[in-house]
Design a protein around this ligand. Structure first.
Ligand code: CU
Length: 136
């Protein structure tokens, strides 16, 4: 009788360790996916920029100024839980050169710049969000 209880106890412990191990391995996989998403963006819309304040420290788009060579791409990633856009020009005077439309959380937007110049952009939902692409 005592032998049976010990054996059952050992089997139970093995099952519990197995469950614990499978839980911890899925957590690691999820973290790796998140890191890959962060690396793919050249410019990030960080969390909490849907409220004013980020413009005071120039961190509504990070970096708010990006310098690239002619013909290269820029990828923006929305890492906030709110919608944002990448729209050419200024809030009062959009230039209609490019417009991402509303980007969902973790959605990205990529543009190729074939002409040199300074391209200002903003977010149609949050007028304080401003950025600039400089193409050399
Ligand atoms: Cu926005």
């Amino acid at each position: 009788m005592l032998k049976k209880i010990i054996i059952l106890g050992i089997i139970g412990a093995i099952i519990l360790v197995g469950i614990g191990f499978s839980f911890s391995s899925t957590t690691i996989e999820e973290n790796e996916e998140e890191q890959t998403m962060i690396i793919t963006g050249d410019v990030v819309m960080p969390s909490k920029v849907s409220r004013p304040g980020c413009e005071e420290i120039d961190r509504c788009y990070i970096p708010s100024n990006i310098i690239i060579e002619k013909g290269k791409q820029v990828t923006w990633v929305n890492e906030d839980s709110a919608f944002h856009s990448v729209t050419s020009g200024f809030y009062e005077t959009p230039t209609e050169l490019f417009d991402s439309g509303h980007l969902d959380p973790y959605e990205s937007y990529t543009l190729t710049f074939d002409e040199s110049g300074t391209f200002d952009y903003f977010c149609t939902l949050h007028p304080w969000m401003k950025g600039q692409v400089i193409v050399e």
